[in-house]
Design a protein. Structure first.
Length: 156
């Protein structure tokens, strides 16, 4: 049985950002199937509970499509759980882009049979609550380098 994803409180703008992303990418980036044939979820490369941590302090990235992917929950794929979180909702896949290339068009059993998946699953990132302050600061520095804060959109 798959454990349940974390339910971190969301930005009041999340519903809109989610809808826009799924309109632009209504398919699973692992199996390629589209909604409504499968439930496609928006996956954050770094989960929101990490982003809102007071030390990491990058809640702006929750709404940033640069860190989003469309991954499904179909029983024969489970892209969100297996590829996005490496089989643990409390962690994430730091090599998501590479994994999306490795797992394109694969099914659940093929994904879990990959040596890369098995290896990365064993050394996936710690749960945010188990990270030291230094580890969180390194994560924040990485996020700041890869995803510089974008200026707010001014509407006239």
């Amino acid at each position: 049985m798959i454990d349940q994803p974390l339910m971190t409180p969301r930005s009041p703008h999340w519903s809109h950002a989610r809808a826009v992303f799924l309109h632009l990418k209504p398919y699973c980036e692992v199996c390629g199937r589209k909604a409504p044939d499968v439930e496609v979820e928006v996956h954050h490369e770094i989960p929101v509970n990490y982003l809102v941590d007071p030390v990491v302090d990058r809640p702006d990235l929750e709404l940033d499509p640069r860190i989003m992917s469309g991954l499904c929950t179909a029983a024969d794929c489970q892209g969100h759980y297996l590829v996005g979180h490496l089989g643990d909702w409390h962690s994430y896949n730091p090599e998501l882009a590479r994994f999306l290339a490795w797992t394109a068009d694969l099914k659940r059993d093929q994904i879990v049979g990959l040596r890369q998946w098995q290896s990365f699953r064993l050394c996936r990132p710690k749960h945010v609550g188990a990270m030291t302050v230094e580890e969180k600061l390194r994560l924040r520095d990485m996020l700041n380098q890869r995803f510089p804060a974008m200026p707010p959109v001014v509407r006239g």
